[in-house]
Design a protein around this ligand. Structure first.
Ligand code: MLT
Length: 385
């Protein structure tokens, strides 16, 4: 029986996808893992582990490159929590423009003032005046599913929206309303925006992209919103800019000890995707992708292997993870044809250093043929389904 390990609390709707599987919250030797925020960099993996599915977009809690080398596919669920995160960003735009958090705290101090409350409210409210977001420029860095959803909603709220994404996909470009203007660099976003929101994964390239240098390019009093990952910003530089007024607000879903209590830092406890709707969507999408991979070898939405999927057309399917180097297909297909087996359908694609092949065969190859394919230099994993 196939074993699935849920490393975090994951919506029970995921369980309904895994018919005929065993599902555990703790087990040795799982075939597949579903994870949310558990840190897997020190997790001891077992030899039979086939794939890890993250119920969420970011995968920095999973050592995806190490897993690629072992033929373990890492999935994520782009778009499944986009609406939840977008709604939080819209709320944060208002928190950025107006002193709502301070005002709420101040009103609490009026408890016990009895009939004086309304007089004190009118007298004190001037300290908490803020600006409207309509007519202000919102700069979005990263136009994936979340960035696009934010862009369209902010444009509907009459903001001038500009966006930058060097990897903008055609479907995402098409999904943007015509009010959203694309710019050609992060610097354009820094220079032109009153509000900046980050929607990029944490990578070596994006780490600390918000720093002294980039902040210096921004408008005085800019607001930064970060619901992606805390490490995208250099905390000390952000604090210095909040203290000297260069930034008027830093609103983040990823607080750290230094930021908490800093004036004009608004810290939330990683709430972006914390809605029952998003948790259900992410869990079901992660589970479907994992089950389709385990049962059919199909890969969709992986961060460390290419998208390769085909409907089943034959009795036997061979799936081969291999290095993206020359002559791999020739060597693999030579072994298959040496047994005179017809290849009915085939797909191979690469992503960076790694590639993946699905072959539908008219008959199952002999165990020796599989061993010979496994022994080819550059082949990482072979699975017959
Ligand atoms: C994400 O990467 O999509 C979020 O961090 C998901 C979550 O809140 O678990």
């Amino acid at each position: 029986m196939i074993k699935i390990l849920k490393l975090n609390s994951i919506s029970p709707l995921a369980d309904e996808v895994f018919t005929g599987y065993e599902i555990y919250e703790n087990c040795d030797n799982p075939d597949g893992i579903i994870v949310r925020s558990a840190h897997m960099h020190d997790y001891a993996i077992n030899d039979n582990l086939l794939a890890v599915a993250r119920a969420g977009a970011g995968t920095n809690n999973i050592p995806s490159a190490v897993y690629a080398e072992k033929g373990i596919v890492v999935f994520n669920t782009p778009g499944a929590n986009a609406n939840a995160v977008k709604e939080l960003v819209i709320c944060e735009l208002f928190l950025g423009g107006r002193k709502i958090t301070e005002a709420v705290d101040w009103v609490k101090t009026l408890k016990g003032e009895g009939e004086n409350v309304s007089k004190l409210v009118e007298k004190g409210k001037g300290k908490f005046a803020g600006c409207e977001i309509a007519g202000k420029t919102l700069g979005i860095i990263g136009l994936g599913a979340i960035g696009v959803a934010v862009a369209n909603s902010a444009a509907a709220l009459k903001m001038n929206v500009i966006g930058f994404d060097p990897f903008l996909s055609t479907p995402n470009a098409v999904a943007l309303t015509s009010d959203v203007k694309l710019v050609s660099s992060r610097d354009d976003v820094y220079r032109k925006s009153d509000f900046i929101t980050l929607h990029v994964p944490l990578t070596a390239e994006t780490k600390c992209m918000i720093n002294k240098k980039s902040i210096a390019k921004m408008k005085d009093g800019a607001v930064i919103i970060n619901n992606s990952r805390g490490e995208l910003a250099a905390t000390d530089d952000v604090i210095e800019a909040l203290e000297n007024g260069k930034l008027s607000r830093y609103i983040t879903d990823f607080p750290d000890d230094k930021l908490i209590g800093t004036k004009n830092a608004v810290c939330l406890p990683h709430l972006g995707a914390s809605t029952p709707e998003a948790e259900d969507y992410c869990a079901v999408m992660a589970a479907n992708q994992l089950a389709d991979y385990i049962e059919n070898g199909n890969i969709k939405n992986s961060v460390n292997y290419p998208a390769v999927s085909m409907p089943r057309s034959c009795a036997a399917r061979l799936c081969v993870h291999h290095k993206n180097i020359k002559e791999m297909l020739t060597k693999i297909l030579t072994e298959i044809s040496s047994q005179s087996i017809n290849v009915s359908n085939m797909q191979d694609a690469s992503k960076g250093e790694y590639a993946y092949l699905i072959c539908d065969l008219d008959e199952a190859p002999a165990p020796e043929t599989i061993e010979k394919i496994r022994a080819i230099d550059g082949v990482i994993r072979v699975r017959q389904i």
